[in-house]
Design a protein around this ligand. Structure first.
Ligand code: KIV
Length: 259
C-alpha cells in the first residue's frame, strides 16, 4: 500500500501538481486528507505548537506522539515523518531512529534535511526499505537565518548538485525550500523525482505549506505563504463574545441547561 502510494506520487511528475500540507492533529489531518497527496508531520510543530525558537529543540518522542494521531486519522494520503535535528547524524543512528519511528507510528516515509552530505544515509535507509523524502535549499534544522537560497553562483551550483545527489540516492521526492525561481525550475527539469516547493515558485512538481501559516494560526507570515484565512482573528472574536456572555450572564441560556 505504502509503495503504491509512493509510486502514484512519483507518476504525477510532469503530469499533475502534488498537493502537500503539514498536520500535527486529528482534526486538521482529517480535513487535509481529503485534498492532499502527502501529509507531513513536520518538525515545524516545535515552533508552531510548542513556542520553541527553532526546530532544533524538537524531540523524537514528541514527534512520535503527533505522528501516531496523524497516521491514524489519514485514510488516503502518504504520511511523512520529519526526522528531528540530530536523529540522523550517521547511517546507523538514522536507521535505528527511523525503524523506531516507523514501528511506533506506522508512517509511510521519513524526511531528512540535507544535500550531498546525507547521500550515504539515504542510500542506507532506502536499501533497507525505508522510503525517504529529501529536503534541500533552506534547511531550518541547521540554518541560523531565514534567507532565500540560490541567489549567487556558488549557492546555485551547490544546491543544484545537492538536488542531483539526493535524486540519485533513492529518495522518492525532495522538498525545495526558499529557493530562487530559476533554480527551482532548473532542478525540477533535471531530476527524475518530484520536487515539492515551499517558497520555491510554481515550477516545482508540487507545493507544501505549514497549514497553521496558511490558515493564519501561527505568528509566521513569510512572503511565500498565501494566507487563506485569519483564524486567529476568528478565534479571538469567539473568545471575546464568550467572555462577554459569561460576564453578562447571557451564557448558559435556557438552551444549554439541563432541567
Ligand atoms: O517542518 C516542516 O513543516 C517542514 C515543511 C516546512 C516542509 O519541513
Amino acid at each position: 500500500m505504502q509503495r503504491i502510494k509512493i509510486n502514484n506520487i512519483i507518476k504525477k511528475k510532469n503530469i499533475t501538481p502534488i498537493i502537500c500540507l503539514t498536520a500535527y492533529s486529528k482534526t486538521i489531518t482529517k480535513i487535509a486528507d481529503k485534498y492532499c497527496d502527502i501529509i507531513l508531520v513536520g518538525d515545524s510543530l516545535g515552533m508552531v505548537l510548542y513556542g520553541m525558537k527553532t526546530t532544533k529543540e524538537v524531540k523524537i518522542d514528541t514527534m512520535i506522539l503527533h505522528a501516531k494521531v496523524v497516521k491514524n486519522s489519514a485514510k488516503k494520503s502518504l504520511v511523512v515523518f520529519d526526522m528531528p535535528y540530530k536523529t540522523y547524524t550517521n547511517k546507523f543512528i538514522a536507521y535505528k531512529n527511523a525503524r523506531k519511528v516507523i514501528k511506533l507510528t506506522k508512517c509511510d516515509a521519513i524526511k531528512l534535511e540535507g544535500g550531498k552530505k546525507i547521500v550515504k544515509i539515504i542510500k542506507y535507509l532506502t536499501k533497507r526499505g525505508i522510503p525517504v523524502m529529501g529536503h534541500i535549499g533552506l534547511l531550518p534544522q541547521t540554518s541560523t537565518k531565514f534567507k532565500i537560497k540560490g541567489k549567487n553562483f556558488v549557492q546555485k551550483k551547490q544546491i543544484f548538485e545537492d538536488a542531483l545527489a539526493i535524486s540519485n540516492s533513492g529518495a522518492f521526492a525532495i522538498v525545495v525550500e526558499c529557493v530562487i525561481e530559476n533554480l527551482a525550475k532548473k532542478i525540477t527539469k533535471n531530476i527524475s523525482i518530484p520536487t515539492i516547493g515551499i517558497g520555491a515558485s510554481k515550477h516545482c512538481d508540487g507545493q507544501i505549506l505549514v497549514t497553521d501559516d496558511m490558515i493564519g494560526l501561527s505568528d509566521l507570515s513569510p512572503k511565500f505563504v498565501k494566507q487563506y484565512l485569519n483564524l486567529k482573528k476568528v478565534i479571538e472574536k469567539c473568545i471575546k463574545n464568550y467572555s462577554q456572555d459569561v460576564k453578562l450572564r447571557r451564557f448558559p441560556s435556557y438552551k444549554h441547561v439541563y432541567k
